[in-house]
Design a protein around this ligand. Structure first.
Ligand SMILES: Cc1ncc(COP(=O)(O)O)c(C=O)c1O
Ligand SMILES: N[C@@H](COC(=O)CCC(=O)O)C(=O)O
Length: 352
């Protein structure tokens, strides 16, 4: 008879917290080829493994559970948010699990897959034309107004609400620190609300004040200019294909920790697309634009720390939601991005 005994070397995760038990505790993955190339260890936190598929599931859970603790949401209440999509998807999951209605305001220029996912999760989606923050038609103001005019509604306000940043102070930061046994020389990631960058930077710097944290920005976003000008300017022009990052104002969650930034990197869309295709080919990692931008920034950060150091960034989400665009030859050509795909990888830009 065969021997019915095997040694298991992995530690399975068990949680009695339902959906909340699936948020966070993501693996930290080493990018082997880029680490070899730079002489530093480049690590990315696999945030696509959260239930809603992005880093924003952490903020969503913290925004709702902290409001519950303060008695700001009553049973049967409505959660309202303005979002580029991923925060909304995180909120929609938590709302379903807890029996709240979820109402989302977002720009109609965002990937349709995000709106579809939101609707399939039961959220009410208001896809609105983009409008400057200075006008009442901006998606953030529309969300706030809707919450004010709705009984038993709570506006989660990811941009200004410190519970967003707290999610990363209390989970992502400590996880990174534990995963590398406190040996982290540099951190970088891009900013939308700024909760991820601020929370992680604050935690890691509180453990090691010598750690260097770099802001990573797409074209058209003001935090790069703000850091480079010594907090004197937020003037920007241009834009980026990336979704969920880039800002025209300094949000409360950015302001909280921006003094801790060593420097800022501006990553052109061309470098982001090159990295996105390289990551699939060289590392088997299928991520969206902001994660690819983060890795391009991590390569820049690697030059600022000694050889052999650990440099950490965030794989914010996967490529699935953006596939119709970033793997479409026509779409890439319309953005002037097709030619920056390495020649041997152009065959993967296979969609019409
Ligand atoms: C794909 C993606 N990357 C980055 C971010 C930025 O995260 P934060 O809002 O914490 O700055 C977001 C925000 O939802 C996102 O959706
Ligand atoms: N990442 C958050 C916030 O998104 C942004 O800040 C993108 C820029 C904007 O649309 O204001 C999300 O995806 O909700």
């Amino acid at each position: 008879m065969a021997r019915l005994s095997y040694d298991a070397t992995f530690k399975p995760l068990v949680s009695e917290k339902g959906l909340a038990g699936a948020v966070g505790n993501t693996p930290l993955l080493k990018l082997n080829k880029l680490s070899k190339e730079t002489g530093r260890n480049i690590w990315g936190k696999a945030e696509w493994m959260n239930p809603g598929g992005s880093v924003k599931d952490r903020a969503a859970l913290w925004l709702i559970e902290n409001a519950e603790k303060r008695g700001l949401i009553k049973p049967g209440g409505t959660i309202v948010e303005g979002t580029a999509g991923n925060t909304g998807i995180g909120l929609a999951h938590v709302c379903r699990a807890k029996g709240y209605k979820c109402v989302i305001f977002m720009n109609n220029t965002q990937a349709p897959e995000k709106m579809q996912t939101l609707r399939l999760l039961g959220a009410e989606v208001h896809a609105v034309p983009p409008a400057p923050y200075s006008t009442p038609d901006n998606f953030n103001h529309l969300a706030k107004k809707y919450a004010e005019e709705t009984e038993n509604a709570y506006y989660t306000d990811q941009f200004e609400n410190p519970d967003n940043r707290l999610a990363h102070l209390e989970s992502t930061g400590p996880e990174i620190w534990e995963q590398l046994n406190g040996d982290v020389a540099a951190f970088t990631c891009s900013l939308g609300s700024g909760g991820t960058w601020s929370g992680i930077t604050h935690y890691l710097k509180s453990k090691n004040p010598k750690l260097k944290s770099f802001v990573a920005e797409p074209p058209g976003s003001c935090v790069y200019v703000y850091v480079k000008s010594g907090h004197k300017s937020i003037e920007v022009t241009g834009g980026s294909f990336t979704e969920g990052i880039g800002q025209k104002r300094i949000t409360g969650n950015v302001a909280a920790d921006i003094d801790l930034a060593e420097d800022a990197f501006l990553i052109p869309d061309e470098d982001t697309i090159t990295m996105l295709y390289r990551l699939i080919d060289e590392e088997g990692i299928y991520v969206g634009g902001t994660a690819a931008l983060n890795v391009a920034a991590a390569v820049r950060a690697a030059k600022e720390v000694p050889e052999g150091s650990n440099v950490v960034t965030i794989f914010t989400d996967s490529a699935h939601k953006y596939a119709e665009r970033i793997f479409s030859k026509k779409w890439l050509q319309s953005k002037g991005l097709y030619d920056c795909i390495p020649d041997d990888l152009k065959k993967y830009a296979d969609l019409d």
